[in-house]
Write a protein that binds this ligand. Sequence first.
Ligand code: PMV
Length: 343
Amino acid sequence: MEKKVTYRCPSNIALVKYWGKKEEGVQIPANASISWSLSDLFAETTVVARESNDTNLIFNYDGQPKPSFEPKIKDFLNRIAPYSEFVTKHTFEVNTINNFPHGTGIASSAAGFGALALCITDLERMFQPETLEFYQRASFFARLGSGSACRSVYAEPAIWGHHDVVGNSSDLYAVPYTGLVHSNLQGWKDCVLIVDDGEKKVSSTAGHSLLKNHPYAASRFQQAQKNIENILQFMQHGNISSFIELVESEALQLHAMMMSSIPYFTLIRPGTLAILEEIWTFRNETKLPVAFTLDAGANVHLLFPQSIESEAMNFINTKLLVYCKNGLYLCSSTGGSPTKIAE
Ligand code: PMV
């Protein structure tokens, strides 16, 4: 017996960052994080499940076998197998594509593991009754592939990690933020300015583990918890300037933690800093609400409300393009949901 399904899953960008784990193998975050989904930067994944007790895996990326990705997918299947009889009784063929060019330094694992987890959860429910609500279970599985991926399965801002002010929050899966979001902070756009398209010198896994004996870890985790509480207030009240200050501070704290790890490292490049300076100058001069955030890499995410899109695009094209590798940047709406493409 063979079953097949396809899901499209957006990437996401954290506004309050997850950096550091309470428990490594099982991806328990040291603090709560919140993200927006990036609906125009997505993975589209088809999974064919065949009844079998062996653990063979076929994995194709963009139509071609990709042996270098296979160990990660196998690890993922091994991690979710204890929770799913379905996984232990099937072998999988996985075909995946990203709609953004490979080698742009954009983390594809959030979209990729999000899409894979959605496919497996959907196939599984044809086989065994659900134990969690569908998206919660998909998020639970996605977390075991890549922590940040668990936030990709929701259209709403997604919160992952237990926090007292978010009633249903959990370390095991992300939950959608269904509270009020002021119109000032709805429908923002994110243009990712590609400063460096190379492989990261330090992987996220290695970066997270450096928080173990980090001198500032405890206060960083406390700060992040506080920032979750604050950002939810700013989102409810539409306080744009406080939102921008918090989001930029979070990005800089993430990179400050890297620079103050032992061994220390930085993923920021000269072009990254030049863009941040340009953003601060532009904001001062125009009073327009443009903000940046950073992932674990050199690229800059320029965030702005849709209402100032033409000014923001003009800013990118006149001031920021020179810092973009091969003039490349990729724009996305925020807030799109995953979609089932085919069965
Ligand atoms: O999901 P991971 O293990 O690749 O970690 C990602 C961490 C950051 O992207 C830097 C922050 C975040 O919350 O997404």
